[in-house]
Design a protein around this ligand. Structure first.
Ligand SMILES: [Zn+2]
Length: 212
């Protein structure tokens, strides 16, 4: 070994333990890694979410996200309850009789309320995710939705996430109880707390103050 090499800073590879010159190792997720170990180490980092942990992300857990959904349900549900409460006198007028002319009008009105509510629900979730990265419930809980690389959501991902949760996971009668349970278990056990829709859309739910 020449005199020059001894003067150089020598670093140990965190994976194989061999000593290398500073120029022959790279720092990944806080650890020095040599050229031989780099490919394997990099794929393990990506698979386990260590890279995100190294960035200091704090993922939103099941109960915080559940709480955020409850707040959203309240925000969107209360106006709906008021509308239906106002409609009850009209329902009583029809006496539940389909041959009553008022019944048809009531059914048509109910259907348009339902469709209108659905449009409001789409606009609420998609617009809030696209422009704020969070619904009002998530904002109240201090969490937001980001892409895997930390960037904000585009139109496609915002809509995809709405579709995956509201239609696929929680929108199909009977099947939804199973899918919501699976999605909740996934979020609770995953190292990055990804629910089903996060895996499909490659999104993460993080505490806003933990992401720069
Ligand atoms: Zn190595």
């Amino acid at each position: 070994m020449s005199q020059e090499a001894l003067v150089q800073t020598v670093l140990a590879c965190s994976q194989c333990g061999r000593m290398f010159a500073h120029s022959d190792v790279v720092q990944i997720a806080g650890s020095w890694v040599c050229g031989d170990c780099k490919p394997g180490y990099l794929s393990r980092v990506m698979a386990s979410g260590w890279a995100a942990s190294a960035l200091g992300w704090h993922y939103g857990g099941f109960w915080m996200r559940f709480g955020a959904r409850m707040i959203d349900g309240f925000v969107l549900g209360v106006p709906l309850v008021i509308i239906f409460a106002l409609m009850i006198p009209n329902l009583l007028k029809t006496q539940g009789n389909p041959s009553n002319p008022a019944f048809g009008a009531f059914a048509a009105f109910s259907l348009s309320i339902f469709l209108g509510y659905f449009v409001v629900l789409i606009c609420y979730e998609v617009l809030m995710l696209k422009y704020r990265g969070a619904t009002l419930g998530k904002m109240a809980c201090g969490i937001k939705v980001v892409r895997a690389d930390g960037t904000s959501l585009g139109w496609g991902v915002s809509f995809g996430r709405f579709f995956m949760w509201n239609i696929v996971t929680s929108g199909i009668p009977y099947l939804n109880s199973i899918l919501m349970l699976i999605s909740g278990i996934m979020a609770g056990t995953d190292s990055e707390k990804r629910a089903l829709h996060d895996r499909v859309c490659d999104t993460r739910v993080v505490y806003k103050q933990s992401i720069a």
